[in-house]
Design a protein around this ligand. Sequence first.
Ligand code: NAP
Length: 248
Amino acid sequence: MSIRTIAFFGATGGCANSCLYKTIEQGMNAIVLARSPEKLKGQLEGRKTSREAIEQRLEIVEGDVRDVKAVGKVLENNGRGVDIVISGIGGVPTPQFSLMRPLTMTDPNIWGDAIDCILSVMAHSTLTKHPLLVVISGNGVRNDGPRDYPLMLTPLYRWLLTDIYDDKRRMEASLTKTRPAGGFVIVRASPLTDGTSKGLEVIQKGTMQQPVLGYSISRDDVGLWIFENLVRQQEPSAFLNDEISITY
Ligand SMILES: NC(=O)c1ccc[n+]([C@@H]2O[C@H](COP(=O)([O-])OP(=O)(O)OC[C@H]3O[C@@H](n4cnc5c(N)ncnc54)[C@H](OP(=O)(O)O)[C@@H]3O)[C@@H](O)[C@H]2O)c1
C-alpha cells in the first residue's frame, strides 16, 4: 500500500498542527499551505519533530487560502494528488460596537472564503484521486438539531459568538451542499484549550442526532482524534459525510 499524503490548511493553528505533527512523525507525507513557513517549522521544532520527518515527509507551500493557485498547488501535490485534506483555518476574534453581536473577527469571512476556495479547486481538479475533506468547526454552529453544548454555555453560543458563527455556518453549508467527490467530515469541537493531551480514551464523540455535551477539549486532543480516526484509518467510512462533535 502506498504511503498516504495529507494536505493541511491552517496548520499553524493548534488543532491542525497537532495532527500534522503526528502525520509526519508516523511516516505519512504532508503538504501544507502556510502564510509563514518559518512559523510552521518553528512550531514543529518546538514539538521536537524529528529532522527526518521535517526534511523528508513535509512540503510547505507558502501562500494564502484565498489564492486559488496556491491552494491548487497543495491539492495537486505535483500531479500525485492527496488522500485527505484537513482544514483548521480560523482567525482572531475582536470586539465590535454592538450589544447584540459583541464579537467579530479581524477577518470576518475567513471560514466561508477558505472552504469556497478549497471546494472550487477540488471541483476543477482533473486528478482521478478524490480526497476526503475534513474541516474543524465548533459546537453550536449547527442550530437546527439537538443542542450540542451544555445549557450553561448558551450565552456563549447564542449571544457572544453570533456574528462569528454566521460565517462558520456559511462554511458548513457550502460543504454539505457541495459534497466533494471524496466525501467530507465536519469535526465540531467544544471550546479549545492549550492544555496537554489527555489521550483518546477521555475524548467523547457524538453525532448530530446524539451530541455529547462538554465544556472543553485541548487543541492537541482535537488533532489526536482526527489523526487516529480519519488519518491513520485507511477506511474512515464510519464518519463519511457526517458531522461529529468531540469534547472531554
Ligand atoms: N477557540 C475555540 O474555542 C474554538 C472552538 C471550536 C472550534 N474552533 C475552530 O477550530 C479551528 C482550529 O482552531 P485552532 O485554535 O487550532 O487554530 P487557529 O489558531 O484558529 O488557527 C487558524 C489557522 O488559520 C490560518 N489562516 C488564517 N487565515 C488564513 C489565510 N487567509 N490564509 C492561510 N491561512 C490562514 C492561520 O495561519 P497564520 O498562522 O498565518 O495566522 C492558522 O494556521 C478554527 O476554525 C477555530 O475557529 C475554535
